[in-house]
Design a protein around this ligand. Structure first.
Ligand code: FES
Ligand SMILES: [Fe+2]
Length: 424
């Protein structure tokens, strides 16, 4: 990928083409439980390079405002969250959840000039989402399947990943890597083991992709050999601008991710498991909370994984030799993060040499790049703003070799919420 295209894709600060595109969608900002209490402690968050403060006002409504006071730039992290807003601790200016200045004790007439940035927020799936785009152009709330289920059916976690969002998200699009770095993890993990899917994935590491452009992004059809009459297809989706769905394993919960830029060198990797048809069991929740499956253990008091680049992700060379961990790193998320962070904070895209299994990545890049530039030039609105197109589901199925998976998917996966989960 040339330098121009890479720069468009990786830069997401305010005023950049990609930043403007991403700000047109609802952005997952933080877990609702991080601001659990009305008038509770405010929390610093950074999204796409903007330093922000999240809090819950006296009526329990979430707010996301600039971290800094308009008066002389003091951090409102040190302010008081009381009576419907945050009061700066320095000279008492007060801001509501939309960033409007509601009080200037020393000069009440100045109030209307003292507002700061504030973004509308909604809550879905235990996440506070913000709309950071031009006023009045909010799309409908996100409608990816896990956003629409009762809380009992969904488990959400987030972790800090110390690299650009693009190379992290590309790991979510690139399902070919499962046959390698996750090869042994899948045998032991309680949310993957014991499935027919694994037999096919292991027996045929040479997955062949067919990729389809859709109104939400891309559908990836990954074909592996099954038996004389059938192919095993793993079908998954990338949705504008940052959602990936995970092809399912047997009876285990479905999964997905969201990849949200913190700044150009860091991102939030949101990991979600869900059951469309029933609540998650206590055991499933306990496993997820313990960091198994796609979740992780943390450094105490932080969202940074316990296995991180400062400790070489706790690599265990003996486990690598003994074929208990393919790279010596344990845990899906640590395995992915170790490889993706090892590329550097922003991968050197000019010097990569892509292979046929990277076609979906190339297409997603092209679609994001072209959409960002088309929006910047006023030629075209952002794609996939209609949340209805997000009602898709991933699957793993055996189909007769003569069948076209695209036709099967159109019938069973698009707007597929009343359908059974297809997984082996
Ligand atoms: S700096 Fe905030 S009130 Fe003066
Ligand atoms: Fe992975």
């Amino acid at each position: 990928m040339n330098r121009e295209m890479s720069e468009v894709l990786v830069r997401t600060s305010a005023g950049t083409p990609m930043g403007a595109l991403m700000r047109r969608y609802w952005v997952p900002v933080l877990q609702a439980c991080e601001i659990a209490e009305p008038d509770g402690p405010q929390v610093r968050v950074q999204i796409m390079g903007e330093k922000l403060l999240a809090f819950r006002d006296s009526e329990g409504r979430p707010g996301l405002i600039s971290e800094f006071c308009s008066h002389r730039g003091v951090s409102l992290f040190f302010g008081r969250n009381e009576e419907g807003g945050i009061r700066c601790a320095y000279h008492g200016l007060k801001f509501n959840r939309l960033g409007e200045c509601v009080e200037v004790p020393s000069a009440p007439h100045a109030c209307k000039h003292m507002g700061i940035t504030g973004y509308p927020c909604i809550e879905r799936a235990g996440i506070i989402w913000a709309y950071m785009g031009p006023a009045g152009q909010e799309p409908a709330p996100p409608d990816v399947e896990w956003c629409t289920l009762p809380a009992s059916h969904v488990y959400v976690s987030k972790r800090l990943q110390q690299c650009n969002y693009l190379q992290a998200m590309e790991g979510g699009i690139d399902t070919a890597h499962v046959s390698y770095v996750h090869r042994f993890e899948v045998d032991n993990d309680p949310m993957h083991r014991g499935t027919k899917a694994l037999e096919y994935i292991k027996a045929d590491g040479n997955v062949i992709f067919e990729i389809e452009k859709t109104d939400f992004g891309l559908t990836l059809y990954g074909r592996r050999n099954a038996d004389a009459l059938h192919h095993y297809w793993r079908i998954t989706q990338w949705l504008f601008p940052w959602y990936t769905l995970i092809p399912p394993f047997g009876e285990h919960a479905l999964g997905g991710h969201v990849w949200v830029p913190i700044d150009d060198h860091n991102c939030w990797a949101w990991s979600i498991n869900f059951r469309p048809e029933r609540p998650l069991t206590e055991q499933e929740r306990a496993d997820m909370a313990a960091g198994l499956g796609i979740h992780c253990e943390y450094e105490p008091g932080s969202w940074r994984p316990k296995a991180n680049k400062d400790n070489d992700y706790l690599i265990d060379r003996v486990a690598q030799k003994d074929k208990r961990a393919y790279s010596g790193v344990f845990g899906f998320s640590a395995q992915d993060a170790s490889l993706q962070e090892s590329m550097g904070p922003i991968q050197d895209h000019e010097n990569e040499k892509l292979l046929p299994t990277d076609r979906a990545i190339s297409m997603a890049r092209r679609m994001l790049h072209d959409s960002a530039l088309a929006l910047a030039s006023g030629e075209q609105p952002p794609p996939a703003l209609d949340a209805a197109c997000q009602r898709v589901r991933a699957a793993g199925v055996l189909l007769p070799k003569t069948d076209k998976p695209q036709e099967w998917a159109r019938e069973h996966l698009f707007d597929g919420r009343d359908q059974p989960v297809f997984s082996i």
